[in-house]
Design a protein around this ligand. Structure first.
Ligand SMILES: [Zn+2]
Length: 377
């Protein structure tokens, strides 16, 4: 679940990251804009058509960002701890740490994104018509097209199923009506799965009846939606079952330790580090204080020719960024961090001393063990 993303900007105190899949979408958008411009204005020179398509893609990128920023800024005003925005293949996601949210806040934070897209869309269409309408030339035509896309984004995001904004609106409404956030998440997550299947079915139907490959988009988006909706439902079940469970119950105790000045090649080659786990605590060479954590995956991501010249401390996840949690802290409350933070690793400390590590997989294993013991599902 945790994936590596690239940080590209920091706007109004919010980290903006892009998922590597964004490169693919940028390429697809530029080529689709370019094809449409050439089709609508056959006299367009190839170079200026491509440049215009690129400019259009940047405006599109900007409008997705504005949508997410609206969520982030309103969320922050409502007391959410907004940790960042990630733009990925089908749009964006705003990350906020779960505080004790209220349905009214969630409704407002969710609805403001599509509302912003709607306003941006209407603004672009008005601008295009003020400039003489889409027939005036390729740039104005493109503005109008971007306006239409934003209106579409507003409508699509309001579809009532998680993980879409409309799904969060649905959840907040069910929550407000029943006073039961767990039931509300279940309803909105099932609605999201159903919505995903409907999109898959519509895409397949259009593929079969018209032979238009555009139907594949609908299938892919439906697949993604259904999967994400199922995951949101599972995360909510996990959070409920892990509430009140201390970190000590899930952690793998006595993690292996490696000095920060050891080079990456030697650390990878040291069998004592990786006998049981794929995670090691990094210690400061002189005083032996724990300063961070490193996974085998992160070490092997260093290019082989650089491994012997790179100290482990250079690639670790330092505690200055992700500090350890206390051994008594509630796993249900740290679940979001565990599922989204880099490497999906949480370090556990007791009175300042690192005593264990929890990995994403440990959560699933713990739940399975509880289930096998016949604990309430
Ligand atoms: Zn949104």
């Amino acid at each position: 679940m945790a994936r590596s993303t690239w940080r590209v900007a920091r706007l109004a105190g919010v980290d903006v990251r892009i998922d590597p899949s964004w490169i693919l979408i940028l390429f697809l958008i530029v080529s689709s804009f370019d094809a449409r411009i050439v089709a609508a204005f056959p006299g367009t020179e190839p170079a200026s058509g491509l440049l215009l398509a690129l400019a259009g893609a940047i405006v599109f990128f900007g409008s997705v960002l504005v949508h997410e920023l609206a969520h982030a800024l309103v969320g922050r005003r409502r007391g959410y701890q907004v940790t960042g925005i990630t733009l990925f293949v089908f749009g964006g996601a705003t990350h906020a740490k779960v505080a004790d949210r209220r349905p009214g806040d969630e409704l407002l934070v969710s609805v403001v994104g599509p509302l912003t897209s709607g306003l941006v869309g209407a603004g672009l269409l008005l601008l295009a018509s003020w400039l003489g309408g889409p027939d005036r030339g390729a740039p104005v035509w493109l503005l109008a097209w971007l306006g239409t896309i934003n209106l579409f984004l507003a409508a699509f995001n309001l579809l009532p199923g998680l993980p879409l904004d409309g799904g969060r609106v649905l959840r907040s409404l069910v929550w407000a009506r029943t006073g039961n956030p767990v039931l509300a998440t279940r309803v909105a997550s099932r609605a999201g799965v159903l919505l995903g299947y409907v999109l898959i079915a519509l895409g397949l139907a259009s593929l079969v009846t018209t032979g238009d490959l555009g139907g594949l988009w609908s299938v892919a988006i439906g697949w993604f939606l259904a999967d994400a909706a199922r995951r949101e439902g599972a995360t909510s079940r996990w959070r409920r079952r892990l509430r009140g469970v201390p970190a000590a119950a899930l952690m793998e105790p006595d993690p292996p330790r490696v000095r920060g000045d050891v080079d990456v090649a030697s650390a990878i080659a040291d069998p004592s580090l990786w006998r049981r786990r794929d995670t090691a605590v990094v210690e400061e060479p002189a005083a032996g204080d724990s300063v961070g954590v490193v996974t085998l995956r992160r070490l092997t991501a260093v290019r082989p020719e650089h491994r012997s010249a790179t100290p482990v401390a250079d690639v670790m996840d330092p505690f200055s960024r992700h500090p350890p949690v206390d051994v008594h802290s509630d796993v249900g409350r740290m679940l979001d961090g565990l599922l989204s933070e880099r490497d999906g690793t949480v370090t556990v400390a007791d009175g300042g001393r690192v005593v264990g590590v929890i990995r994403q997989a440990d959560v699933g294993r713990w739940l399975q063990r509880q289930h096998a013991r016949g604990a309430a599902p």
